[in-house]
Design a protein around this ligand. Structure first.
Ligand SMILES: C[C@@]1(CC(=O)O)c2cc3[nH]c(cc4nc(cc5[nH]c(cc(n2)[C@H]1CCC(=O)O)[C@@](C)(CC(=O)O)[C@@H]5CCC(=O)O)C(CC(=O)O)=C4CCC(=O)O)c(CCC(=O)O)c3CC(=O)O
Ligand SMILES: NC(=O)C1=CN([C@@H]2O[C@H](COP(=O)(O)OP(=O)(O)OC[C@H]3O[C@@H](n4cnc5c(N)ncnc54)[C@H](O)[C@@H]3O)[C@@H](O)[C@H]2O)C=CC1
Length: 272
Protein backbone atom coordinates (compact mmCIF):
# COMPACT_ATOMS: atom_id res chain seq x y z
CA UNK A 1 0.00 0.00 0.00
CA UNK A 2 1.43 3.34 -1.03
CA UNK A 3 0.25 6.21 1.16
CA UNK A 4 -0.16 9.29 -1.01
CA UNK A 5 -2.22 12.49 -0.94
CA UNK A 6 -4.37 12.21 -4.06
CA UNK A 7 -5.92 15.29 -5.70
CA UNK A 8 -9.63 14.58 -6.34
CA UNK A 9 -10.92 18.13 -6.69
CA UNK A 10 -13.57 18.33 -9.47
CA UNK A 11 -12.99 14.72 -10.45
CA UNK A 12 -16.07 12.50 -10.95
CA UNK A 13 -16.48 9.77 -8.34
CA UNK A 14 -19.20 7.12 -8.28
CA UNK A 15 -20.48 6.09 -4.84
CA UNK A 16 -22.83 3.10 -4.73
CA UNK A 17 -24.84 2.74 -1.51
CA UNK A 18 -26.36 5.32 0.79
CA UNK A 19 -26.09 3.76 4.27
CA UNK A 20 -23.72 4.84 7.04
CA UNK A 21 -20.63 3.75 5.17
CA UNK A 22 -21.74 5.45 1.92
CA UNK A 23 -22.50 8.60 3.94
CA UNK A 24 -19.07 8.66 5.53
CA UNK A 25 -17.43 8.15 2.11
CA UNK A 26 -19.49 10.98 0.58
CA UNK A 27 -18.68 13.36 3.44
CA UNK A 28 -14.98 12.74 3.03
CA UNK A 29 -15.16 13.15 -0.73
CA UNK A 30 -17.08 16.41 -0.38
CA UNK A 31 -14.38 17.82 1.86
CA UNK A 32 -11.89 17.36 -0.97
CA UNK A 33 -14.41 18.81 -3.49
CA UNK A 34 -14.87 15.70 -5.60
CA UNK A 35 -17.78 15.68 -8.04
CA UNK A 36 -20.01 12.94 -6.61
CA UNK A 37 -22.66 10.77 -8.19
CA UNK A 38 -24.53 8.53 -5.77
CA UNK A 39 -26.45 5.48 -6.93
CA UNK A 40 -28.88 3.78 -4.53
CA UNK A 41 -32.63 3.40 -4.05
CA UNK A 42 -32.66 4.88 -0.53
CA UNK A 43 -30.22 6.90 1.52
CA UNK A 44 -29.63 8.39 4.96
CA UNK A 45 -31.23 11.76 5.90
CA UNK A 46 -27.72 13.31 5.68
CA UNK A 47 -27.38 12.23 2.06
CA UNK A 48 -30.95 13.33 1.26
CA UNK A 49 -30.08 16.77 2.56
CA UNK A 50 -26.85 16.93 0.57
CA UNK A 51 -28.85 16.11 -2.55
CA UNK A 52 -31.39 18.84 -1.77
CA UNK A 53 -28.47 21.27 -1.30
CA UNK A 54 -27.14 20.20 -4.71
CA UNK A 55 -23.87 18.94 -3.29
CA UNK A 56 -24.16 15.69 -5.22
CA UNK A 57 -26.11 13.97 -8.00
CA UNK A 58 -28.31 11.15 -6.75
CA UNK A 59 -29.56 8.47 -9.13
CA UNK A 60 -32.37 6.78 -7.20
CA UNK A 61 -32.21 3.17 -8.22
CA UNK A 62 -30.15 0.07 -7.67
CA UNK A 63 -26.85 -0.07 -9.43
CA UNK A 64 -26.95 -1.12 -13.06
CA UNK A 65 -23.40 -2.14 -13.87
CA UNK A 66 -23.79 -1.92 -17.65
CA UNK A 67 -25.17 1.61 -17.48
CA UNK A 68 -23.19 2.98 -14.55
CA UNK A 69 -19.82 1.58 -15.57
CA UNK A 70 -19.73 1.78 -19.32
CA UNK A 71 -16.81 4.14 -19.80
CA UNK A 72 -13.69 5.35 -18.07
CA UNK A 73 -15.53 8.49 -16.99
CA UNK A 74 -15.01 7.88 -13.24
CA UNK A 75 -11.81 8.76 -11.41
CA UNK A 76 -12.82 6.32 -8.70
CA UNK A 77 -15.63 3.90 -7.87
CA UNK A 78 -16.70 3.10 -4.30
CA UNK A 79 -19.26 0.52 -3.34
CA UNK A 80 -20.78 0.52 0.14
CA UNK A 81 -23.71 -1.83 -0.22
CA UNK A 82 -25.08 -4.82 1.64
CA UNK A 83 -25.12 -6.76 -1.65
CA UNK A 84 -21.82 -8.56 -1.97
CA UNK A 85 -22.43 -10.01 -5.43
CA UNK A 86 -23.18 -6.65 -7.02
CA UNK A 87 -20.22 -5.14 -5.22
CA UNK A 88 -17.87 -7.78 -6.59
CA UNK A 89 -19.28 -7.55 -10.13
CA UNK A 90 -18.97 -3.75 -10.03
CA UNK A 91 -15.38 -3.99 -8.80
CA UNK A 92 -14.50 -6.46 -11.56
CA UNK A 93 -16.03 -4.19 -14.20
CA UNK A 94 -14.22 -1.14 -12.78
CA UNK A 95 -10.94 -3.02 -12.95
CA UNK A 96 -11.60 -3.97 -16.60
CA UNK A 97 -11.95 -0.26 -17.25
CA UNK A 98 -8.82 0.45 -15.16
CA UNK A 99 -10.79 2.55 -12.69
CA UNK A 100 -9.51 2.34 -9.09
CA UNK A 101 -12.20 0.74 -6.91
CA UNK A 102 -12.92 0.27 -3.21
CA UNK A 103 -15.55 -2.34 -2.32
CA UNK A 104 -16.34 -1.80 1.37
CA UNK A 105 -15.78 -4.96 3.38
CA UNK A 106 -14.17 -6.87 0.52
CA UNK A 107 -10.45 -6.11 0.75
CA UNK A 108 -9.57 -8.31 -2.22
CA UNK A 109 -11.72 -5.98 -4.33
CA UNK A 110 -10.13 -2.79 -3.02
CA UNK A 111 -7.39 -1.11 -5.06
CA UNK A 112 -6.96 1.28 -2.14
CA UNK A 113 -8.22 1.41 1.43
CA UNK A 114 -9.78 4.20 3.37
CA UNK A 115 -7.72 5.03 6.40
CA UNK A 116 -8.63 6.66 9.64
CA UNK A 117 -7.96 10.33 9.07
CA UNK A 118 -7.36 13.49 11.05
CA UNK A 119 -8.05 16.77 9.30
CA UNK A 120 -6.98 20.06 10.85
CA UNK A 121 -7.01 22.76 8.22
CA UNK A 122 -4.28 21.92 5.75
CA UNK A 123 -2.96 19.10 7.94
CA UNK A 124 -4.06 15.60 7.08
CA UNK A 125 -2.90 12.52 8.91
CA UNK A 126 -3.96 9.06 7.84
CA UNK A 127 -3.58 5.98 9.95
CA UNK A 128 -3.69 2.67 8.13
CA UNK A 129 -3.08 -0.82 9.39
CA UNK A 130 -3.19 -2.12 5.85
CA UNK A 131 -6.52 -3.78 6.62
CA UNK A 132 -5.16 -5.69 9.63
CA UNK A 133 -7.12 -3.95 12.41
CA UNK A 134 -9.37 -1.02 11.36
CA UNK A 135 -10.72 -0.51 14.87
CA UNK A 136 -7.18 -0.07 16.16
CA UNK A 137 -6.45 2.37 13.32
CA UNK A 138 -9.37 4.36 14.74
CA UNK A 139 -7.99 4.23 18.27
CA UNK A 140 -4.51 5.26 17.18
CA UNK A 141 -6.08 8.12 15.21
CA UNK A 142 -7.94 9.31 18.32
CA UNK A 143 -4.75 9.27 20.40
CA UNK A 144 -2.92 11.22 17.71
CA UNK A 145 -5.79 13.73 17.57
CA UNK A 146 -5.27 14.59 21.24
CA UNK A 147 -1.58 14.91 20.69
CA UNK A 148 -1.89 17.11 17.60
CA UNK A 149 -4.44 19.41 19.21
CA UNK A 150 -2.18 19.97 22.22
CA UNK A 151 0.62 21.10 19.94
CA UNK A 152 -1.32 23.84 18.10
CA UNK A 153 -0.27 22.23 14.87
CA UNK A 154 -2.92 23.85 12.70
CA UNK A 155 -1.97 27.40 13.74
CA UNK A 156 1.71 26.63 13.25
CA UNK A 157 1.11 25.29 9.74
CA UNK A 158 -1.02 28.27 8.75
CA UNK A 159 1.60 30.78 9.92
CA UNK A 160 4.53 28.86 8.44
CA UNK A 161 2.64 28.69 5.15
CA UNK A 162 2.34 32.48 5.18
CA UNK A 163 6.01 32.93 6.03
CA UNK A 164 6.97 30.44 3.35
CA UNK A 165 4.97 32.11 0.58
CA UNK A 166 6.34 35.53 1.52
CA UNK A 167 9.88 34.23 1.59
CA UNK A 168 9.33 32.69 -1.84
CA UNK A 169 8.21 36.08 -3.13
CA UNK A 170 11.21 37.91 -1.70
CA UNK A 171 13.69 35.22 -2.65
CA UNK A 172 12.03 34.00 -5.80
CA UNK A 173 14.85 32.49 -7.89
CA UNK A 174 14.39 28.95 -9.13
CA UNK A 175 18.11 28.26 -9.52
CA UNK A 176 19.66 25.55 -7.37
CA UNK A 177 21.50 27.86 -4.95
CA UNK A 178 18.51 30.09 -4.24
CA UNK A 179 16.32 27.04 -3.74
CA UNK A 180 18.83 25.59 -1.28
CA UNK A 181 19.08 28.86 0.57
CA UNK A 182 15.29 29.16 0.85
CA UNK A 183 15.01 25.60 2.06
CA UNK A 184 17.73 26.06 4.67
CA UNK A 185 16.06 29.22 6.01
CA UNK A 186 12.68 27.51 6.22
CA UNK A 187 14.17 24.42 7.85
CA UNK A 188 15.78 26.60 10.54
CA UNK A 189 12.56 28.41 11.37
CA UNK A 190 10.57 25.18 11.47
CA UNK A 191 13.08 23.28 13.59
CA UNK A 192 13.99 25.95 16.09
CA UNK A 193 10.61 27.22 17.26
CA UNK A 194 7.94 25.42 19.22
CA UNK A 195 4.59 24.91 17.51
CA UNK A 196 3.03 27.42 19.90
CA UNK A 197 5.64 29.98 18.94
CA UNK A 198 5.13 29.36 15.24
CA UNK A 199 1.37 29.63 15.71
CA UNK A 200 1.84 33.01 17.41
CA UNK A 201 3.78 34.63 14.54
CA UNK A 202 2.00 37.84 13.56
CA UNK A 203 2.11 39.35 10.05
CA UNK A 204 4.56 41.94 11.41
CA UNK A 205 6.78 39.23 12.95
CA UNK A 206 6.83 37.47 9.63
CA UNK A 207 7.89 40.52 7.66
CA UNK A 208 10.55 41.33 10.22
CA UNK A 209 11.81 37.78 10.28
CA UNK A 210 12.13 37.64 6.52
CA UNK A 211 14.11 40.89 6.50
CA UNK A 212 16.41 39.47 9.19
CA UNK A 213 16.72 36.14 7.50
CA UNK A 214 17.76 37.75 4.25
CA UNK A 215 20.21 40.07 6.00
CA UNK A 216 21.73 37.27 8.04
CA UNK A 217 22.16 34.95 5.12
CA UNK A 218 22.82 37.20 2.15
CA UNK A 219 25.42 34.95 0.59
CA UNK A 220 23.99 33.36 -2.56
CA UNK A 221 26.12 30.27 -1.92
CA UNK A 222 24.81 28.14 0.91
CA UNK A 223 27.49 27.55 3.51
CA UNK A 224 28.52 23.93 4.10
CA UNK A 225 26.93 24.14 7.54
CA UNK A 226 23.58 25.21 6.08
CA UNK A 227 23.64 22.53 3.41
CA UNK A 228 24.43 19.92 5.98
CA UNK A 229 21.61 21.16 8.16
CA UNK A 230 19.08 20.66 5.37
CA UNK A 231 20.09 17.14 4.53
CA UNK A 232 21.42 15.71 7.78
CA UNK A 233 19.31 13.38 9.92
CA UNK A 234 18.02 14.68 13.27
CA UNK A 235 20.55 14.77 16.09
CA UNK A 236 19.88 11.68 18.23
CA UNK A 237 21.06 13.60 21.30
CA UNK A 238 18.78 16.53 20.52
CA UNK A 239 15.33 17.20 21.99
CA UNK A 240 12.85 14.74 20.54
CA UNK A 241 9.65 14.67 22.50
CA UNK A 242 7.68 13.15 19.61
CA UNK A 243 8.39 9.47 20.01
CA UNK A 244 7.79 9.20 23.69
CA UNK A 245 4.72 11.44 23.50
CA UNK A 246 3.08 9.46 20.74
CA UNK A 247 3.81 6.25 22.59
CA UNK A 248 2.39 7.70 25.77
CA UNK A 249 -0.72 9.01 24.02
CA UNK A 250 -1.40 5.64 22.42
CA UNK A 251 -0.81 3.71 25.63
CA UNK A 252 -3.18 6.02 27.48
CA UNK A 253 -6.14 4.90 25.35
CA UNK A 254 -9.14 6.69 26.79
CA UNK A 255 -7.28 7.58 29.98
CA UNK A 256 -6.08 11.01 31.06
CA UNK A 257 -4.36 13.28 28.56
CA UNK A 258 -0.58 13.07 28.50
CA UNK A 259 1.18 16.22 29.56
CA UNK A 260 3.02 17.89 26.72
CA UNK A 261 6.32 19.33 27.90
CA UNK A 262 7.35 22.57 26.20
CA UNK A 263 9.41 22.08 23.12
CA UNK A 264 12.81 23.68 23.72
CA UNK A 265 12.95 27.07 22.08
CA UNK A 266 15.97 28.46 20.34
CA UNK A 267 16.34 31.78 18.62
CA UNK A 268 15.24 31.67 15.01
CA UNK A 269 16.58 31.99 12.46
CA UNK A 270 19.95 30.45 13.22
CA UNK A 271 22.85 32.42 11.77
CA UNK A 272 24.47 30.65 8.87
C1 LIG B 1 -9.61 -2.90 4.38
C2 LIG B 1 -10.59 -1.76 4.70
C3 LIG B 1 -11.21 -1.42 3.36
C4 LIG B 1 -11.91 -0.07 3.31
O1 LIG B 1 -13.03 0.00 3.82
O2 LIG B 1 -11.33 0.84 2.75
C5 LIG B 1 -11.59 -2.15 5.74
C6 LIG B 1 -12.21 -3.36 5.79
C7 LIG B 1 -13.08 -3.86 6.79
N1 LIG B 1 -13.55 -3.14 7.85
C8 LIG B 1 -14.25 -3.98 8.68
C9 LIG B 1 -14.80 -3.64 9.93
C10 LIG B 1 -14.68 -2.44 10.60
N2 LIG B 1 -14.23 -1.27 10.04
C11 LIG B 1 -14.26 -0.30 10.99
C12 LIG B 1 -13.87 1.05 10.79
C13 LIG B 1 -13.12 1.56 9.76
N3 LIG B 1 -12.63 0.84 8.70
C14 LIG B 1 -11.82 1.59 7.95
C15 LIG B 1 -11.08 1.14 6.86
C16 LIG B 1 -10.99 -0.12 6.34
N4 LIG B 1 -11.83 -1.14 6.61
C17 LIG B 1 -9.95 -0.51 5.34
C18 LIG B 1 -8.64 -0.85 6.03
C19 LIG B 1 -8.15 0.23 6.98
C20 LIG B 1 -6.84 -0.09 7.58
O3 LIG B 1 -6.71 -0.95 8.45
O4 LIG B 1 -5.87 0.51 7.11
C21 LIG B 1 -11.69 2.98 8.50
C22 LIG B 1 -10.28 3.13 9.04
C23 LIG B 1 -11.91 4.09 7.49
C24 LIG B 1 -13.30 4.14 6.87
O5 LIG B 1 -13.91 3.10 6.55
O6 LIG B 1 -13.76 5.28 6.69
C25 LIG B 1 -12.79 2.99 9.62
C26 LIG B 1 -12.38 3.69 10.95
C27 LIG B 1 -12.52 5.18 10.76
C28 LIG B 1 -12.43 5.92 12.04
O7 LIG B 1 -13.36 5.89 12.86
O8 LIG B 1 -11.45 6.64 12.22
C29 LIG B 1 -14.74 -0.85 12.20
C30 LIG B 1 -14.83 -0.11 13.52
C31 LIG B 1 -15.94 0.85 13.62
O9 LIG B 1 -16.83 0.89 12.74
O10 LIG B 1 -15.93 1.52 14.64
C32 LIG B 1 -15.04 -2.19 11.97
C33 LIG B 1 -15.55 -3.25 12.98
C34 LIG B 1 -14.40 -3.76 13.85
C35 LIG B 1 -13.41 -4.64 13.12
O11 LIG B 1 -13.81 -5.57 12.40
O12 LIG B 1 -12.19 -4.36 13.26
C36 LIG B 1 -14.29 -5.28 8.10
C37 LIG B 1 -14.85 -6.54 8.74
C38 LIG B 1 -16.34 -6.75 8.55
C39 LIG B 1 -16.71 -8.13 9.06
O13 LIG B 1 -16.18 -8.62 10.09
O14 LIG B 1 -17.55 -8.74 8.38
C40 LIG B 1 -13.58 -5.19 6.89
C41 LIG B 1 -13.33 -6.30 5.88
C42 LIG B 1 -12.22 -7.20 6.25
O15 LIG B 1 -11.35 -6.88 7.07
O16 LIG B 1 -12.18 -8.29 5.65
N1 LIG C 1 -15.07 -0.76 5.53
C1 LIG C 1 -15.68 -0.35 6.62
O1 LIG C 1 -15.17 0.48 7.34
C2 LIG C 1 -17.02 -0.90 6.97
C3 LIG C 1 -17.73 -1.57 6.02
N2 LIG C 1 -19.02 -2.00 6.26
C4 LIG C 1 -19.72 -2.66 5.14
O2 LIG C 1 -20.14 -1.69 4.17
C5 LIG C 1 -21.35 -2.08 3.55
C6 LIG C 1 -22.41 -1.00 3.72
O3 LIG C 1 -22.64 -0.78 5.09
P1 LIG C 1 -23.78 0.20 5.60
O4 LIG C 1 -23.61 1.54 5.02
O5 LIG C 1 -23.84 0.07 7.07
O6 LIG C 1 -25.06 -0.54 4.94
P2 LIG C 1 -26.61 -0.17 4.96
O7 LIG C 1 -27.35 -1.47 4.91
O8 LIG C 1 -26.93 0.82 6.01
O9 LIG C 1 -26.82 0.58 3.57
C7 LIG C 1 -26.71 -0.07 2.35
C8 LIG C 1 -27.01 0.93 1.26
O10 LIG C 1 -26.76 0.31 0.01
C9 LIG C 1 -27.89 0.44 -0.84
N3 LIG C 1 -27.91 -0.70 -1.75
C10 LIG C 1 -28.07 -2.00 -1.46
N4 LIG C 1 -27.96 -2.75 -2.57
C11 LIG C 1 -27.75 -1.89 -3.60
C12 LIG C 1 -27.54 -2.04 -5.00
N5 LIG C 1 -27.53 -3.24 -5.58
N6 LIG C 1 -27.31 -0.93 -5.72
C13 LIG C 1 -27.31 0.28 -5.15
N7 LIG C 1 -27.48 0.50 -3.84
C14 LIG C 1 -27.70 -0.59 -3.07
C15 LIG C 1 -29.07 0.57 0.08
O11 LIG C 1 -30.13 1.23 -0.59
C16 LIG C 1 -28.47 1.40 1.20
O12 LIG C 1 -28.49 2.77 0.83
C17 LIG C 1 -21.75 -3.40 4.23
O13 LIG C 1 -21.28 -4.46 3.41
C18 LIG C 1 -20.99 -3.37 5.55
O14 LIG C 1 -20.72 -4.66 6.02
C19 LIG C 1 -19.57 -1.73 7.47
C20 LIG C 1 -18.89 -1.08 8.49
C21 LIG C 1 -17.54 -0.64 8.32
Amino acid sequence: MLPIAYQLEHKPVLVVGGGDVGTSRVERLLRVKADITLVCPDATPELEKLERDKKLTWIRRRMDIETDLQSQHWAMVLTAIDDRETSIEAAKRARELRIPVNAADIPEFCDFYFGSTIERGPLQVMVSTGGAAPRLARRIRMALENFIDELEVEGAITRVSKLRSQLRQKLSGQDRDTTKRRMALMSDVCDENSFAELAAFSDENIEEMIENMLLESDSPEPTPETTEHVTSPPDPEGPQPWHSLVREAIQCGNGPEPEVPPYPFKQAPRKS
